[in-house]
Design a protein around this ligand. Sequence first.
Ligand code: FE2
Length: 120
Amino acid sequence: MKNNIEGLFKTSEDEGREKHVPVIHCPENVEKGEYFDVTVVVGEEVPHPNTIEHHIKWIQVYADFENKPPIHVATFDLGPSFAQPKITFSMKAEENIKLYAVEYCNLHGLWQDSKAVKVV
Ligand SMILES: [Fe+2]
């Protein structure tokens, strides 16, 4: 049994990462208050199976700040077989943030990755 929630998440250090880590694509520098596109891809290096028996169930994105609690930015609920685990949306930031993407594979659990975004 894991004794904290951090232990639930697998990362780019873990076996199976090629098919599971949610890779975040977005600018490293953005304009304050201006919308920018964020794309999260699961299975970018090696495609993840996409069947009813084995698929990516959902992808979530959070923004973390230096001096306040993180916020939920987006949740994408994916149906197996038809929906590719690749999502794109627009968001804005008023200050520097660290984006966290989390995905859930119905057989291999929770996976995460992060990317810093600087507001200029
Ligand atoms: Fe999987």
